[in-house]
Design a binder for this molecule. Structure first.
Ligand SMILES: [Zn+2]
Length: 216
């Protein structure tokens, strides 16, 4: 089976993808990974990709489609892929269908990890990592206290200088981009919406409940 995962940054796509990959012996692929791999192994597209990145442009659908075709045509990944953060455009989604057919595979499940935007923004912005011991806290949901943390609070660091407005804009953009794609899969009865505000292990349990036992 091939699986596609959708969800806002911070919804836990990466975590759930890793769990699924392990449980069902699949390969998780993100476009970021594919681009990095192509650059590292100095593939045929490396110059094109570097030019685009150097100019600060978005990598074109053509390049992404080519990289995805490399993966789908690779027999060791046959019907064993999890796509994380792909497809990002309708063009990519439609071309994925073409490729899947061409290589005699299918998309079995599409999961949308649903989160409430306001809480995910807090989760995202509140995240703090202790630079001394590596523990992770959240100033809103799981603040560092004398009881759960021995280090001085001065070691707590925010992941980035993102402010609420930037994060909100990025999330709105993501929702705008992906909603037609989600509809596209909904129309094909492939889409499963999963509540992703609950505990990581419960989300994973719910996903595994949806995946038909015959597939495994
Ligand atoms: Zn610490």
């Amino acid at each position: 089976m091939n699986i596609i995962l959708f969800g806002l940054p911070g919804a836990g796509k990466g975590t759930q993808g890793n769990i699924l990959a392990k449980v069902f012996n699949l390969y998780k692929i993100s476009t970021g990974d594919l681009l990095r791999d192509e650059i590292n192994k100095k593939g045929v597209l490396v110059n094109k990709i570097k030019t685009v990145i150097d100019k600060g442009l978005l990598v074109s659908d053509d390049i992404i489609n080519n990289l995805v075709e490399n993966v789908l045509s690779n027999k060791s990944y046959y019907n064993r892929l999890i796509f994380d953060g792909y497809p990002r455009t309708m063009n990519q989604a439609k071309y994925l269908d073409v490729l899947v057919k061409k290589y005699n595979q299918k998309i079995s499940y599409v999961f949308n990890l649903k989160v409430n935007k306001d809480s995910i923004i807090k989760r995202f912005l509140g995240r703090q990592v202790c630079s001394k011991c590596g523990l992770i806290f959240n100033e809103f949901y799981y603040p560092s206290t004398n009881e759960n943390h021995l280090c001085d609070p001065k070691f707590l660091q925010k992941r980035s200088d993102d402010n609420e407005e930037t994060v909100r804009k990025r999330f709105d953009m993501y929702a705008k981009e992906t909603s037609p794609i989600l509809n596209y899969y909904r129309d094909q009865n492939l889409l499963h919406e999963v509540d992703a505000l609950i505990d990581i292990s419960l989300i994973s349990k719910e996903i595994r409940r949806i995946i038909h036992p015959l597939e495994t």
